[in-house]
Design a protein around this ligand. Structure first.
Ligand SMILES: Nc1nc2c(ncn2[C@@H]2O[C@H](COP(=O)(O)OP(=O)(O)OP(=O)(O)O)[C@@H](O)[C@H]2O)c(=O)[nH]1
Ligand SMILES: [Mg+2]
Length: 220
């Protein structure tokens, strides 16, 4: 009887673990975001922003939500180390791409990198959240402006690609249209914590839903 009850209790309290990767250009605020998430959700607070330096490699953090554990992997964004991101693609359940909405000069570079993430085959079906960070700064672009800026950047790119290799660009455009239609963009301030809980709620719901989708597909 004890074992039966113990088993039942374990069944009721068991938690599923999901991996979330946080990527984006260096300086976008990925580590600041992860440390803020730790502070908001864990008993032990994360590092304060003045203790955070550029990430060479990865930082990790775990939070516990109802019946769910989210395991975060914050990956360094400097140019020379971005090529390690795809090694994490196969095993992740959600992707957070952080863009520095304040740094207008680097938006083009950010979109170039975001675009390669958006079309990476291993994560085409994985929930993807674009976070427009640094919303506390009056210089930051709003969520709407960020979306428009990416779309303008993409149209411009498509225009130049069309002149080079028409067919390939059209095919990529179709895949991207689908991806973009379901893309959510949210504004946050990793520094002040604004919007961070809403972003975590989004992740929680989306990993649960995509798990259900994959269960449904495997039962069909
Ligand atoms: N104003 C403002 N500054 C921020 C915010 N988030 C991060 N920063 C600042 O941006 C700088 C870079 O933050 P990091 O968290 O180290 O950036 P990162 O994306 O982890 O950078 P790498 O580790 O090099 O890839 C730091 O000076 C942060 O204090 C924010 O929401 N608002
Ligand atoms: Mg970092």
């Amino acid at each position: 009887m004890y074992h039966l009850l113990k088993g039942f209790h374990e069944y009721l309290t068991r938690k599923e673990e999901f991996s979330v990767i946080i990527i984006g250009l260096d300086g976008a605020g990925k580590t600041t975001l992860l440390e803020k998430i730790k502070t908001l959700y864990n008993e032990t607070p994360g590092l304060s922003p003045d203790k955070i330096g550029p990430t060479v490699g990865q930082n990790t953090g775990k939070i516990t939500l109802p019946s769910t554990i989210l395991q975060f992997w914050d990956l360094g964004g400097q140019r020379g180390i971005r090529n390690i991101w795809p090694k994490y693609y196969d095993d992740c359940h959600a992707v957070v791409f952080v863009i520095d909405a304040e740094d207008r000069e680097r938006l083009g570079e950010g979109w170039e990198v975001f675009d390669s993430v958006l079309s990476a085959p291993q994560i085409l079906e994985v929930p993807l959240l674009l976070l427009a960070n640094k919303q506390d700064s009056p210089l930051s672009l709003s969520v709407e402006e960020i979306r428009t800026d990416y779309e303008d950047w993409y149209q411009h790119k498509l225009g130049s690609a069309r002149r080079d290799r028409f067919g390939e660009a059209e095919m990529a455009a179709a895949t991207r249209r689908e991806r973009l239609a379901s893309l959510d963009v949210m504004g946050v301030s990793a520094l002040e914590g604004t919007g961070v809980r809403a972003a975590v709620d989004w992740l929680f719901l989306r990993v649960q839903n995509s798990r259900r989708e994959s269960q449904k597909n495997s039962n069909e």
